[in-house]
Design a protein around this ligand. Structure first.
Ligand code: SF4
Length: 373
C-alpha cells in the first residue's frame, strides 16, 4: 500500500486490497466496487464527485486517500496514427506509453519500470540503465490517461482494446506492482480487458513466470530474438542466467499451468546479418517444434549510437516463410511510428537527457552565482 504523506494512494489498488482498506475503516466491501468504477471506468479522480458515496465518506476519502496520475510531458502522433506519450512519474523520472491503432484493435504498450536493468544490446531503454520500479498506480495510471486522452480525441473508450506490458522495463522484475495493475486491467468494474487482450512480455525471468502461471490468467509473450544460447547470450544477457532450455521448459509449464493456455507468443526482433538468416529461421522452427506458439517478427527501430540495422524486407519474408512452412503462425509486424522515435526508450531518454542537461546548467549557474557573490 502506497502512502503519500498521510494519505493512501488508491489508484493502483486492486479490488481485494481496496476492500481491505475500506474494511479497516469500518466500511462495507461494496465500497471498493463503487470506488473502482468511479476511478477507472468513469475516470473520476475527485472524491467529491463520487455521488453514490455518502458525504461523510467522500470527505473521509479526501482527507485519507489520494489519486495521483503521471503527468503528460510529451505527446507525439505519428503519420501512421501511432501515438506516444512521455509521462513524468516524479521530479527526475519519465516513462513512455505508446498507443498503436490498427484496423480492428488499438493496443497500448505500457511501461513497468523506469529504464531497465537487463541490458539487451538492441534496446534503447537499456542505454538508460535502471532507475526504479513503477508503482502499481504509475502502471495503471498509463492506462487511465490513455483512455481519457483517446476519449477526449473523440475516439471513445472502445479505441483501446488491448494492453501489452512491453514498454520500458522487465515486468517480471517488478512482480507485485505489475500483478496489481494487471488485476485492475482485467477487473470488470475497472477496465474489463479479457485475458486474451492483456499480454505480459518477458525476457524470460523463469521463477517469476512460474509464479505468474499460478496467480493470474494473462497471455504471455517471450522476447526470444535468437534460436541458440550463444547468440541469445549476446542479445539478451539474461539468457546467461536462464538459458534457452530452461526458458522453453518454463514456457511448457506455463501452457499447462493453472490457467491453461492455447499458445505463447515469441517476439523476435529482426537484426540485419545477426539473427535473420534462413539457417536461424530453421533452428528457431526446430526449437519451437511441438510447442503451441506464434512468432512475431519485429522490425528493428534504429536509435542513435546502435550498431544494429533493420533486416531487409526480403530477409524478413524469407525468415517468415521458413517458419510458416513448418506450420508456425508468423506475423511480421509493420514498422510503426518511425517519425516519432517509437523505439521503446527513445523519447523518454531524450526528455531525461534534457532534464539532466537542465539540472546540469542550473548547477553551473549556481556555481557562477557563488563565484560572483
Ligand atoms: S528489451 Fe526489454 S528487457 Fe531488454 S533491456 Fe529493453 S526493456 Fe529491458
Amino acid at each position: 500500500m502506497t502512502a503519500v504523506g498521510e494519505r493512501t494512494e488508491l489508484l493502483g489498488m486492486p479490488r481485494e486490497r481496496l476492500e481491505g482498506w475500506f474494511a479497516a475503516r469500518g466500511e462495507k466491501p461494496f465500497r471498493a466496487r463503487q470506488v473502482l468504477k468511479w476511478i477507472h471506468a468513469r475516470g473520476v479522480t475527485d472524491f467529491s464527485q463520487m455521488t453514490d458515496l455518502s458525504k461523510a465518506l467522500r470527505e473521509r476519502l479526501a482527507t485519507e486517500a489520494v489519486l495521483r496520475l503521471p503527468e503528460v510531458v510529451g505527446d507525439r502522433i505519428s503519420a501512421d496514427g501511432t501515438r506516444k506519450w512521455a509521462l513524468r512519474v516524479d521530479a527526475h523520472n519519465v516513462v513512455e506509453t505508446v498507443f498503436i491503432p490498427e484496423a480492428r484493435r488499438g493496443t497500448l504498450c505500457v511501461s513497468s519500470q523506469v529504464g531497465c536493468a537487463l541490458d539487451c544490446t538492441f534496446c534503447a531503454t537499456a542505454r538508460q540503465g535502471f532507475n526504479r520500479n513503477l508503482t502499481a498506480a504509475e502502471i495503471i495510471g498509463q492506462v487511465w490517461l490513455a483512455r481519457r486522452i483517446l476519449e477526449q480525441a473523440g475516439m471513445g473508450t472502445a479505441a483501446l482494446t488491448n494492453v501489452v506490458l512491453m514498454g520500458m522495463g522487465e515486468p517480471l522484475l517488478n512482480y507485485r506492482n505489475v500483478v496489481d495493475a494487471l488485476k485492475l486491467m482485467m477487473d470488470d468494474d475497472a477496465y474489463g480487458f479479457g485475458k486474451r487482450r492483456v499480454t505480459l512480455s518477458t525476457a524470460g525471468v523463469v521463477p517469476a513466470m512460474d509464479r505468474l502461471r499460478e496467480e493470474l490468467d494473462v497471455s504471455l509473450a517471450v522476447s526470444l530474438h535468437a534460436p541458440d544460447d550463444a547468440l541469445r547470450d549476446r542479445l539478451v544477457p539474461l539468457n546467461r542466467k536462464y538459458p534457452i532450455a530452461e526458458l522453453m521448459a518454463a514456457c511448457r509449464r506455463f501452457l499447462d499451468g493453472k490457467h491453461r493456455k492455447h499458445s505463447i507468443t515469441f517476439e523476435y526482433v529482426m537484426l540485419d546479418g545477426i539473427n535473420d538468416s534462413v539457417d536461424h529461421a530453421r533452428r528457431l522452427a526446430r526449437l519451437l517444434a511441438g510447442l503451441p506458439s506464434k512468432v512475431n517478427l519485429i522490425p528493428f527501430n534504429p536509435f542513435r549510437g546502435t550498431r544494429y540495422r533493420r533486416s531487409s524486407d526480403a530477409a524478413t519474408a524469407r525468415f517468415a516463410a521458413v517458419l510458416q512452412d513448418k506450420g508456425i503462425t508468423t506475423i511480421t509486424r509493420r514498422t510503426r511510428g518511425d517519425d516519432i522515435e517509437a523505439a521503446c526508450g527513445q523519447l523518454a531518454g531524450r526528455i531525461r537527457d534534457r532534464a539532466r542537461r537542465a539540472r546540469h546548467f542550473a548547477r553551473v549557474e549556481e556555481m557562477f552565482r557563488a563565484q560572483s557573490a
